[in-house]
Design a protein around this ligand. Structure first.
Ligand code: AMP
Length: 193
């Protein structure tokens, strides 16, 4: 059983790598972004409440995302959990630790996908163009204005988690600018160590 966090700014490749871990290691991807988008589509009260915040590129409240994660941790854990896009604040990190302890689970490591900002803008603008060309819905927050705010939120509120997990001896880093297969191999090497 391996429980890991994928850390990195929007566009770093967390979702892509999580999908590969699900496929290759039978792990469970817990993406709070996906959960929030599902809540919007299904028109729940919470979904409606967070829609505007998400579209602007700001973070939704800790309380909401912690609640979503709590529900999921009670389900089947298969090959372990991949936390994708959670935690994003120190309060969420503390809450995750408490939840895991309560459930007798442990967090193995937090893996940082290291990238630079220019690449992120290109990837996200590219992701939006690809979706549009394929007739798929384009994320409302995949535009340059929201992206600027998402990046700022990352640096202000999420990047302190790098220090947090480093201090716990749980931080690992991989080069997120490498080819996807290479990133996948680097993550595999960490998990198999
Ligand atoms: P993502 O798909 O991970 O890029 O998340 C999309 C949006 O959902 C973010 O910009 C936030 O508005 C919201 N969101 C997702 N996860 C979290 C989280 N852990 N804490 C706060 N807001 C979140």
């Amino acid at each position: 059983m391996t429980n890991i966090i994928l850390l990195g700014p929007p566009g770093a490749g967390k979702g892509t790598q999580a999908a590969r871990l699900v496929e290759g290691r039978n792990m469970i991807q817990l993406s709070t972004g996906d959960m929030l988008r599902a809540a919007r589509t299904s028109g729940t009260e919470m979904g409606k409440r967070v829609a505007e915040v998400m579209d602007r590129g700001e973070l939704v409240t800790d309380e909401i995302v912690i609640g979503l994660i709590r529900e999921q941790l009670e389900g089947d854990e298969k090959g372990g959990f991949i936390f994708d896009g959670f935690p994003r604040t120190l309060a969420q990190a503390d809450a995750l630790e408490a939840l895991m302890a309560e459930m007798g689970k442990t967090l193995d490591c937090a893996i940082e996908l290291q990238v630079n900002d220019e690449v992120l803008v290109d990837r996200i603008v590219g992701r939006a163009a690809e979706a549009a060309a394929a007739g798929k819905p384009v994320r409302a927050d995949d535009n340059e204005e929201s992206l600027k705010i998402r990046l700022m939120e990352y640096y202000k509120k999420t990047s302190p988690l790098l220090g947090y997990y480093h201090a716990k001896g749980k931080l690992e880093g991989v080069d997120g600018l490498a080819e996807m297969d290479k990133v996948e191999a680097s993550i595999a090497a960490i998990l198999d160590a």
